[in-house]
Design a protein around this ligand. Structure first.
Ligand code: LMR
Length: 334
């Protein structure tokens, strides 16, 4: 009987140890958009692949829609280690003191995804991500959303149509300058607050890719959307450096592979998800969608490209010119 209970004890001890050894490493991944967006879908894809490749040794918990943290709080939470992974928009890194990220906000700097990928998937992008390390953050890759449209309750055809409008922006000095250049009044606001601010008239309009405009239902409170493609909105996927460096090497390698796959997935689906969202806005019948004529778009381009020069002091002339070189953009030839 004694022997029996000792054996039982040993088995129970073994089971506990086994359970402890199998306790998964949890990656909390917080973001502010809906699941049905390029970022939301890519985060789910990453979760699936990271859990598969590590055979359950890693568990990824995705918290969408500002459920856990809003824009500013999520950056702080990452640095404190309260969450391990985020994918903030590139317009939200300035407050961390890494101003180079705002180069992506320069209006009309990329003529489409192909131009953009030369930068985000090349050496310039890698060098920008490296700048995060002294902040205790590792940049794992760039995920696309898409090109922004302006929206408001009055038609937008020409730059002057945004004059004196209160426009919600993300926390970027470049976006602030962009709106001022148009004669608009920029208002920095967390993403989770935009719908209500539009609804109550705290702001008159905003800018976002169609996937955000659609999934946050902003179109329900904006009568006009102008497809301008005047600027890019994308993300850097970032992880707390201490957490990342502390992962066992084999697991870190598997998670990194999952991230590479998710990056590829995000950048493959982004355009289609945005196109579908624009269709959804059109079909709602609540908003007039207007695609700018080439001469109207050119007027916006001429008005806004001077923002590049104005922001040189903040972002760095060399960086801006290295992008011009990569994408063969010549601002003097407008
Ligand atoms: C915004 O604040 O408009 C965007 O950065 C939201 C997002 O993450 O796409």
């Amino acid at each position: 009987m004694k022997m029996y209970s000792m054996l039982f004890g040993l088995v129970a001890f073994g089971l506990t140890q086994g359970a402890l050894a199998q306790e998964p490493i949890v990656i909390k991944f917080s973001h502010v958009v809906a699941t049905d967006t390029p970022k939301g879908k890519a985060a789910e894809f990453f979760k699936k692949r990271a859990e598969e490749l590590t055979q359950g040794k890693v568990k990824v918990e995705v918290y969408p829609n500002s459920q856990l943290y809003k824009d500013k709080e999520e950056m702080e939470a990452l640095q404190l280690g309260a969450v391990q992974m985020l994918a903030p928009s590139l317009a939200k890194f300035g407050p961390l003191g890494v101003k180079e990220f705002e180069v992506f906000d320069l209006p009309f700097i990329f003529d489409g995804y192909a131009d953009l990928h030369k930068v985000t998937q090349g050496s310039i992008g890698a060098a920008i991500l490296k700048k995060l390390e002294p902040k205790g953050i590792v940049g794992l890759g760039f995920w696309d959303n898409g090109f922004k449209s302006f929206s408001a309750n009055t038609p937008i055809r020409m730059p002057a149509d945004l004059k004196a409008k209160k426009m919600r922006i993300q926390s970027s000095k470049v976006l602030e300058e962009q709106m001022r250049t148009l004669g608009a009044l920029p208002q920095v606001m967390a993403f989770s607050e935009v719908y209500q601010a539009l609804q109550t008239g705290v702001v008159d309009g905003t800018e976002n890719p169609h996937s955000n405009l659609y999934t946050q239902k902003m179109f329900e409170v904006q009568k006009h959307v102008a497809v301008t493609d005047h600027g890019y909105l994308g993300y850097a996927v970032i992880v707390n450096k201490k957490f990342w460096d502390g992962l066992p090497a084999d697991i870190r390698g598997q998670v990194d592979t999952a991230m590479k796959e998710a990056t590829n997935y995000a950048n493959t689906i982004a355009k289609e998800v945005n196109d579908e969202a624009l269709d959804g806005v059109r079909k709602s019948g609540k908003t007039e969608v207007y695609v700018l004529k080439p001469e109207e778009r050119l007027a916006f381009k001429k008005a806004l490209v001077p923002v590049h020069r104005k922001m040189e002091g903040r972002i760095g002339r060399e960086l801006i010119e290295s992008i011009y070189k990569e994408t063969a953009f010549d601002p003097s030839k407008l």
